[in-house]
Ligand binder design. Structure first.
Ligand code: FAD
Ligand code: DHB
Length: 402
């Protein structure tokens, strides 16, 4: 066997998604050392097509941390969304309902690129292409991350470990099962998502409820569309040749006076299952979970990446306070503080999902109630304000422990 190298850092971070990279960046700004290990390659994480909507608080967090240059130049500020049903489009205006808040369309992979560039430029340590990641000693004083790379074994001795390795990572399963409670809901549908080289069909993000199922019109730039349709959870992507996708999208999103959707080359196509999941607590010993490692939401409402950013804000504050003063109160309060916000985002994502999709489990009563809900949310200013307040992102203070 080849020799084993051991390094030391203050915070060892598993996963170079938005959570792990942002934590490493924010900690460095507080003078706290970290190492990130990632089992995929740099190109893979930079090209992974995922979320696209940034809440006002996420935009502010990234900009305040010096990550705003390309985002502000290339990101698209949006002042509202559309909700379409019964052949009509209804607009929900954010600034007028939320005291001036907006959202930005900027791909998650662009945020990841900006973070990787910033970390590497500052001399930060990100180890890509690792294998067999494992964590040890989280109940003790000095936990360790182990991994293999290029045939050699490596260890990182840490004060704390941040499990930022997503839903399928190894950190959450490293916690004894009896110490965690999981809350789970699996939905009887999925999204078929497409990235296309075509003029976006709607100026603003449009959530479309139809008798044929849900559809979502979004974008990544003035010439690139991001489009989704509801499909069965076990759908085979081979059943969706490009023309069938365009035809179905057109039927589900049609409203009065709208021009037909412009088609174009499809650059990426994938199916995302829909699930709500939360694990409590988000900490065990010296391991802290953040982002998708601790919770996932169905994507309706675009909360996934934004929640990850909120977790990381809270975790950074707690770690910074500890390294500044030795006080562990912030670390001890992290899980409760993060979960208070997580559950509100869970509620919103579940509500948007059930309001907009067709479920095979729905009774005729459920369908009528669903139509009433759509009518109400697009007709009452109070209801629109509730949607808008959650969509642009609740204030971070909402996550504070009572
Ligand atoms: P991730 O982005 O999952 O990052 C975790 C990282 O850890 C990855 O880079 C992974 O490769 C790495 N990793 C995993 N295991 C290991 C290991 N053993 N060792 C080392 N590294 C490891 N949200 C929305 O708001 N809108 C959307 O449209 C949307 N679409 C999505 C589509 C898909 C297919 C998925 C999976 C998620 C989607 N989300 C969406 C959710 C959003 O992308 C996530 O909430 C966000 O990525 C969370 O960031 P994270 O850093 O916590 O986790
Ligand atoms: C996008 C994704 C979402 O989940 C959503 O609710 C809105 C937009 C997007 O990828 O652009």
């Amino acid at each position: 066997m080849l020799s084993m190298t051991t390094r030391r850092t203050q915070v060892g971070i598993v996963g170079a998604g938005p959570s792990g990279l942002l934590l490493s960046h924010l900690l460095a700004r507080q003078g706290i050392d970290s190492i990130v290990v990632e089992n995929r390659g740099r190109d893979y994480v930079e090209e992974r097509v995922r979320a696209g909507v940034l809440e006002q608080g996420t935009i502010d967090t990234l900009a305040e941390a010096g990550l705003g240059e390309r985002m502000m130049a290339e990101g698209l500020f949006h002042d509202g969304i559309e909700i379409r049903f019964d052949g009509q489009a209804h607009r929900i205006d954010f600034p007028s309902l939320t005291g001036g808040k907006r959202i930005m369309v900027y791909g998650q992979n662009e945020v990841v690129k900006d973070l990787i560039d910033a970390r590497l430029e500052a001399g930060g340590a990100i180890v890509f292409d690792v294998d067999d990641t494992a964590i040890e000693g989280i109940d003790g004083e000095s936990p360790t991350i182990r991994y293999g790379k290029d045939g050699a074994e490596h260890a990182i001795a840490c004060d704390y470990i941040a499990g930022c390795d997503g839903f399928h990572g190894i950190c959450r399963p490293s916690i004894p099962e009896a110490a965690l409670t999981g809350y789970d809901r699996v939905y009887p549908f999925a999204w078929l998502g497409v990235l296309a080289d075509s003029t976006p069909p709607s100026r603003e993000v449009a959530y479309c409820h139809s008798e044929r199922g849900f559809a979502l019109l979004s974008l990544r730039s003035p010439t690139v569309s991001r489009l989704y349709i509801q499909v069965a959870p076990d759908e085979d992507i081979a059943n969706w040749p490009d023309q069938r996708f365009w035809d179905e999208l057109q039927r589900r999103t049609a409203v009065e006076d709208a021009a037909p959707i412009e088609t174009g080359p499809i650059l990426h196509k994938g199916i995302t299952p829909m699930r709500s999941f939360v694990v409590e607590p988000m900490r065990h010993g010296r391991l802290f979970l953040a982002g998708d490692a601790a919770h996932i939401v169905p994507p309706t409402g675009a909360k996934g990446m934004n929640l990850a950013v909120a977790d990381i804000r809270f975790l950074t504050e707690a770690l910074a306070a500890f390294y500044r003063t030795g006080d562990t109160a912030g670390l001890d309060g992290y899980s409760a503080r993060a979960l208070r916000r997580v559950w509100k985002a869970q509620r919103f994502s579940w509500w948007m999902t059930t309001m907009l999709h067709l479920s095979p489990n729905d009774s005729p009563f459920d369908r009528r109630r669903q139509r009433a809900e759509l009518d109400y949310v697009t007709g009452s200013e109070a209801a629109m304000r509730t949607l808008a307040e959650n969509y642009v992102g609740l204030p971070f203070e909402t996550g504070l422990a009572p």
